[in-house]
Write a protein that binds this ligand. Structure first.
Ligand SMILES: [Fe+2]
Ligand SMILES: [Fe+2]
Length: 193
């Protein structure tokens, strides 16, 4: 499916607020890709489709994940917040016809993160955080950091997510913590060299 058609479908099926966010993530992904040497086209497309399943019901998300034959951990299957990434990657493949594994993986992991993310996965994860319509305390610092150091900005984004979840006393997915720790150790390693 051509990107124009994908965009107009998203405009139809997403709320106005979600569409504006999506547009922002596409633009921020493109910018980060240009800055850090990933494909701007791929990053933009991943940004466009990253939240395509976000407004589905949990049952719709589960059906997609089943249809796509994806293995997903039990806690993820119970949470719309966690499942919309995997479900979105299936929707992007089956409905939008995107078969680029890097793009699909960036969509899959955009909420949870994971250890050893690819450049494109990092870009979409961070763009989701800093796109222009985001407004939370510290977002300006995070945007500035994203222009200087991708991994440090990612750590700050992980920390902010983990802090927020801990303050609400809700479940924190293992892969998110592991993703954060992976970057901390790789930074230490880089400093020690
Ligand atoms: Fe999302
Ligand atoms: Fe998003």
């Amino acid at each position: 499916m051509h990107i124009h058609q994908i965009r107009s479908e998203l405009k139809e099926c997403l709320s106005a607020k979600r569409y504006r966010h999506t547009e922002g993530v596409a633009a921020s992904s493109r910018e980060l890709a240009a800055r850090y040497g990933a494909s701007p086209e791929k990053a933009e497309l991943a940004g466009w489709v990253h939240d395509c399943a976000k407004e589905m019901t949990l049952d719709e998300m589960k059906a997609l994940v089943r249809e796509g034959g994806l293995a997903v951990d039990a806690p993820v299957l119970k949470s719309r917040a966690l499942l919309h990434g995997p479900a979105g990657s299936v929707y992007a493949r089956l409905h939008f016809g995107i078969d680029d594994a890097e793009i699909l993986s960036a969509v899959f992991y955009h909420t949870t993160g994971k250890p050893d993310m690819s450049l494109l996965e990092k870009i979409v994860f961070l763009a989701d955080y800093i796109e222009p319509s985001r407004d939370f305390p510290g977002v300006e610092e995070l945007r500035a950091l994203a222009e200087q150091d991708l991994d440090r900005a990612l750590i700050a984004a992980y920390d902010s997510t983990i802090r927020h979840l801990a303050e609400q006393h809700v479940y924190i997915y293992d892969l998110t913590i592991a993703g954060r720790n992976y970057l901390i150790l790789s930074q230490r390693h880089a400093q020690a060299e």
